[in-house]
Design a binder for this molecule. Sequence first.
Ligand SMILES: [Zn+2]
Length: 214
Amino acid sequence: MQQLPNFVAANPLYQRLKPTSLLIDIAPYTLTAQPHSFIAVRFNLSPRAARRRDNVIRQLLEQHEPDLYQAVLDLEQTTPNQVSQQAQAFKSWLKDLLSTSVMPCDYCQSPLTVRIGHRLNFRCRSCRRTFNPLKKYQLNHLSHCELWLPFVDLLLQGETLKTANQQLGISPNTAAKWQSCFLWIMEKQGFSILANYCRVKRRQRYRVGNHNFV
Ligand SMILES: [Zn+2]
């Protein structure tokens, strides 16, 4: 990474990319396959200037560090696949949780339970206690369960709380609460790639939006 300016200085094609020290700062973003728009905002460059620098770093990686270059390409290709797999799995887990009529007792694990009412309460025939399976995910305090899946879709798109408010009619405060709740559940249920993706997406959207780029 430290050799980048030397490589650039050695190649007359790259002479226009001054200051070359900026390439060292941009390189970690290239290595983590961040989008050009994000690099542009981060370093106060035009999108074109950001793309040119990102491409130069990629060319130099390809020539001098082919393994690292391949890793960047892999990151770009495999991450969206893993994300969409986890997104699908998470959404079907949530859907199943909301529609289930079979749930072992939270207290005594007996399978002899019946669902009662709309709010996903169950009564156990063995120990006669009632329980709500949403409680262990702290979802029993959230209202409008019919909006949870559409909300997860907005999280995946990195949408702002304001958009959630406009599209789903929930207040920005509620949206903030839902956001932290669902990210926490994703982590808890082992979908950490998905949770990270939502956070990165959200941060990019926030920064880009803040600079009036989109
Ligand atoms: Zn029981």
